[in-house]
Design a protein around this ligand. Structure first.
Ligand code: SF4
Length: 369
């Protein structure tokens, strides 16, 4: 019996490109969408990992909810045929409010999607316009309500803080409005300026008035302060869940599990002959389609990861989780130094980031480099 893997499907299409986004996403529509679905189904049918059970399934993007229901169903059936699901498998789809209609969500629930992750980002229409989002605050609220009506009992909302002109009070208002929709999970990300984005150019030109660092830190700390009394637990640097509602797909990856990826730009990482190998699918939809249609390799990049790099990645990912990592096997010097600086704590034989360490997670994990 082969080992289970987490299965990721990348749907690279969006209504428009957000100003801060460096994901592999394209504002495309028309025949390329159907062609990409067909190529992704074929990649699944010809997968070298076919037969390995799906421990979790995650449709990310881009905007999976932008696909019509028949296309989503074809993709999901192809996944489940290639990777027989384990009992009680969690099947997540990301959705954006403008395409999360009640009809679509009902169809998705019927197909077998069991968890929905809605990209809300903010309830302030000015924030949404500046970010380049295609939805309104009302669309976001409707999407969350439709998800419940459609029968999703696992619901995540994504929000961002540290936005242009955003105050701590405005962030608290967003958190309050999100809590009012009674999600089971919240992903709360600090806006980062990524290379090659419209925001990077605006930032370089001094035209992006971001809150200063102390305000952003206060926004981060407010998340736990407001969410814990509402029954959420911070289980990862940016993720909060009610008990048992953690995202199983992401937890699998953060715990160092193997994952495979389908669709343009999807990234997978598996063990082969004792060595970890990371493969990235061709990113551009047309290039991906052409390669699959011609029976050529769909991969743009294959990286054989050396054991030291893999070990560093394992520590980097594991420390993101509040449960931390088993202490056994970790090098002593960086652990000692991190504890001395107040970034790590050791308890019950595990190493964890402290509250201070979470704020400086990159510096803290860099001690292991
Ligand atoms: S909706 Fe998401 S993936 Fe699409 S452009 Fe915006 S941030 Fe990127």
């Amino acid at each position: 019996m082969s080992e289970p893997v987490a299965v990721y499907v990348h749907v690279p299409f969006c209504v428009s490109k957000c100003g801060y986004c460096d994901f592999n996403s394209y504002a495309m529509s028309g025949p390329i969408v159907e062609r990409t679905v067909r190529a992704t189904v074929r990649q699944l049918a010809e997968s070298p990992w076919r037969g390995r059970p799906a421990a979790t399934v995650f449709f990310g993007g881009g905007t999976p909810s932008l696909l019509d229901s028949p296309s989503l169903e074809r993709l999901l059936l192809a996944v489940l045929e290639a990777h027989p699901p384990v009992d009680g498998v969690e099947i997540t789809a990301e959705a954006n409010p403008e395409s999360a209609t009640l009809e679509k969500l009902r169809a998705m629930r019927r197909m077998g999607f069991s968890r929905l992750s809605v990209g809300v980002q903010s309830f302030d229409p000015v924030d949404l316009r500046r970010l380049g989002r295609a939805h309104s605050p009302e669309d976001a609220e409707s999407a969350a309500r439709h998800a419940r009506t459609a029968g999703f009992d696992r619901l995540n909302l994504d929000l961002m803080f540290g936005l242009e002109g955003q105050t701590l009070e405005a962030w608290e208002f967003n958190l309050g409005r999100a809590l009012g929709l009674e999600p089971d999970h919240l992903s709360l990300y600090n806006l980062t300026i990524e290379q090659g984005t419209r925001f990077e150019r605006l930032h370089r030109e001094g035209r992006l008035d971001l809150p200063d660092e102390e305000v952003q830190t206060a926004m981060y700390l407010r998340c736990a302060e407001l969410l814990e009394p509402a029954g959420f637990r911070q289980y990862e640097i940016s993720n909060y869940a009610k008990p048992g509602q953690e995202c199983q797909h992401n937890v699998w990856v953060w715990r160092g599990g193997e994952y495979v990826a389908y669709g343009p730009g999807g990234v997978g990482c598996v063990r082969e002959d004792g060595r970890w190998v990371r493969r990235t699918n061709l990113k551009k939809p047309l290039a991906f389609c052409l390669a699959v249609e011609r029976g050529e390799s769909p991969w743009q990049e294959t990286e054989r990861i050396d054991p030291a790099t893999r070990e560093f990645e394992r520590i980097l990912l594991g420390l993101r989780l509040s449960e931390g990592l088993p202490l056994g096997g970790l090098p002593e010097a960086p652990v000692r130094e991190g504890v001395r600086r107040g970034w790590f704590e050791v308890a019950d034989g595990r190493l964890r980031l402290t509250r201070e360490g979470r704020l400086l997670a990159n510096d803290a994990t860099a001690l292991f480099l």
